[in-house]
Ligand binder design. Structure first.
Ligand code: AMP
Ligand code: MN
Ligand code: MN
Ligand code: MN
Length: 279
């Protein structure tokens, strides 16, 4: 029997992915994905199109979102899965988080203008399928296009992370708010790619403990940037806190993402997969 291939984290043009929802679903289906969640940043607008295409192809689909959260003055990402996408408090919360993005992108553009790179905000907007959802990924794509750096990853390293000229501070949702919105809409909360969070060890332990206290259910053990030893590290966290385990490509698009839909490593077999609660 073929293994159950769940991929519970990816992006469409409704946030900073390169493919529209229906195309993403067709690619997941072609890649042999059994269960997919679309998890756009702070945005659920792509879910109906994704679900409609999934129904046509007979691919199991679950509602998802990736909420930007501030934790110890860093950003952490919390994925919500299996919620009611019509829940008014969730929709209002996400609208509030999105609301800060445009001004942030303009401030990033202003910051880069100070080192002589002009027109970045307008350039990034041209890459954004959803003007309410400009992310650093759009800015990075624009900077690659105008020849500032070789690829998106090096733009981040040299321009877009704290301490670099294009970085600006920003206040996202609180952890309490994000979990309240997800749980209020009947969903399950997942700590996204903990290995990528720029918080020290004590801060991460505090995050896991607080997330558990708030009723957080799951953690991404395997993600595109979290394989091998890193996945084993977060498998231990899952066992210690009795978290369900998730598997995620965090796919943004062909040519940009190193791991395609449904192609992340498999979970260690002793963990309880989060999809045991979703199918
Ligand atoms: P934002 O939500 O605007 O802070 O942008 C975060 C997004 O930028 C992530 O979801 C990724 O798509 C992208 N990103 C963050 N760090 C990196 C990196 N080091 N290399 C490539 N893309 C990155
Ligand atoms: Mn992204
Ligand atoms: Mn993320
Ligand atoms: Mn993501």
């Amino acid at each position: 029997m073929k293994a159950f291939n769940a991929d519970l984290h990816c992006h469409s043009t409704f946030s900073d992915g390169l493919l529209p929802p229906a195309e993403l679903i067709r690619r997941a289906h072609a890649n042999g994905v059994s269960l997919l969640a679309l998890t756009d940043h702070d945005e659920t607008g792509g879910l109906p199109q994704a679900r409609a295409e999934a129904e046509i192809l007979g691919l199991r689909f679950v509602n998802g979102v990736e909420i930007s959260v501030s934790w110890l003055d860093q950003s952490v990402h919390i994925v919500g899965l299996g919620f009611d996408a019509a829940d008014p408090a969730l929709l209002a919360g996400l609208a509030q988080v999105r609301g800060g993005r445009d001004a942030r992108a303009q401030r990033m553009g202003d910051a880069l203008a100070k080192i002589g790179i002009k027109g970045v905000y307008e350039g990034a907007l041209a890459y954004a399928g959803n003007p309410a959802l400009v992310s650093r990924a759009h800015i990075a794509r624009h900077l690659v296009k105008i020849g500032i750096a070789r690829d998106v990853a090096s733009v981040f390293d040299h321009y877009l992370v704290r301490g670099k000229p294009g970085f600006v501070e920003h206040e996202w949702a609180s952890l309490e708010e994000a979990l309240g919105w997800i749980h209020g809409a009947g969903g399950i909360a997942v700590i996204a790619h903990p290995g990528r969070t720029r918080v020290d060890k004590a801060g991460m332990e505090a995050l896991f403990a607080r997330f558990k206290d708030l009723g957080g259910e799951a953690i991404e053990v395997v993600s595109s940037t979290q394989c091998g030893a890193a996945a084993l590290e977060f498998a231990r966290v899952a066992r210690r806190y009795d978290f369900l385990a998730s598997r995620a490509s965090d796919f943004h698009g062909p040519g940009e993402s190193s791991v395609d839909l449904g192609r992340a490593e498999v979970l260690p077999p002793d963990l309880t997969p989060v999809w045991s609660r979703l199918v």
